[in-house]
Design a protein around this ligand. Structure first.
Ligand code: ADE
Ligand code: ZN
Length: 323
């Protein structure tokens, strides 16, 4: 059968996508010119050549530098509209996207500029529904997270949930238990990156202290059989990102990627692109690359796509309409 056609044609949801990570080098150059911001690259090829990472922090340093070109509401609109157009061409029907407000507010860009631009860009593309997840930067402190939470308060009807991203090691979920509790009290969903580079203990903390509805990545949970059992029994969704795992050396080779082992263990794994402009592929390419590397069959691909809807924050009726 034709794998590319099959993957492209099957309805999918994307649940792990950092909108700042969808900034393609071409748009980076255009925005740098438009905003008269200097970037340390001579050409688009030069930018792509710099995208060789040996770990998460290597990537984050370049990702935060790239985000500096984003300045105006129009920039955030263009960024989101470009992602949604691209996602639609991959057969994505619904996307729940992260944004990192602190990356922008710390440079003096108002929270409202960021979110208004993103919301209008999300609405500009028909055929893909969307939700927004406000992600706190875990290398910053709790006080900074609460300041961001305060700026978000008037937008809570447009924000589906909160997340936790950036440098994982040394920044356990426990640091953010109180701000996640506030988000839970406000009725928001909660997710957190855990077990990408961090140990299984961080996944336990995300469950027990942050009360998350999904685990982003979760790879290192596989080191702990009791944790695997708990994740499987509770039907927890893992938002797995194969090409990200490869580029950030979470796996040494895609042939060793645990996506099918996760399914075999009864985990609700999904396939996502994380930061596609930096990792070399949008969601269909992530399905394709891992399907080839792990020799996945149709039934496994169908299961992964199904899990993306059942793990989404859509209503039961909306999910049913997609399946
Ligand atoms: N920010 C953007 N992508 C990320 C990732 N994969 N892990 C942690 N923080 C991130
Ligand atoms: Zn991520």
């Amino acid at each position: 059968f034709n794998l590319d056609q099959f993957i492209g044609g099957i309805p999918k949801a994307e649940l792990h996508l950092h909108i700042e990570g969808s900034l393609e080098p071409e748009l980076m150059f255009e925005l740098a010119r438009r905003n008269k911001v200097a970037i340390p690259f001579a050409s688009v090829e030069d930018v792509r050549a710099a995208y060789r990472f040996s770990n998460l922090q290597d990537f984050l340093d370049i990702y935060y530098a790239g985000a500096q070109v984003l300045q105006t509401e129009q920039d955030f609109h263009d960024l989101a509209a470009a992602y949604f157009a691209r996602a639609r061409s991959d057969g994505v029907r619904h996307a729940e996207i992260f944004f990192d407000p602190q990356t922008h507010t710390d440079r003096g860009i108002p929270f409202d500029v960021v979110i208004e631009g993103l919301l209008s860009g999300m609405a500009a593309v028909e055929g893909v529904s969307s939700k927004l997840i406000l992600s706190f930067l875990r290398h910053l402190d709790e006080e900074a997270a609460f300041a961001t939470w305060g700026q978000a308060e008037k937008w809570l009807d447009r924000i589906a949930g909160v997340g936790l991203d950036s440098s994982e090691l040394g920044h356990p979920p426990s640091k953010f238990a109180r701000v996640f509790a506030a988000a839970g009290e406000a009725g928001l969903k909660r997710v957190a990156h855990a077990g990408e580079e961090g140990p299984p203990a961080y996944v336990y903390e995300a469950l027990d202290l942050l009360h998350v509805d999904r685990i982003d990545h979760g790879n290192r949970a596989l080191e702990d059989p009791a944790l695997v059992e708990r994740l499987a029994q509770s039907g927890m969704t893992l938002t797995v990102c194969p090409l990200s795992n490869l580029k950030l050396c979470v796996v040494g080779d895609l042939a060793d990627h645990p996506i099918d082992r996760m399914l075999d263990l009864g985990l609700n794994a999904t396939v996502n692109s994380d930061d596609p402009a930096y990792f070399g592929g949008y969601v269909a390419e992530n399905y394709r690359a891992v399907a080839i590397a792990r020799n996945l069959g149709k039934a496994q691909i169908v299961q992964l796509a199904r899990n993306s809807f059942t793990g989404s924050f859509l209503s039961e009726a909306e999910i049913a309409a997609h399946l």
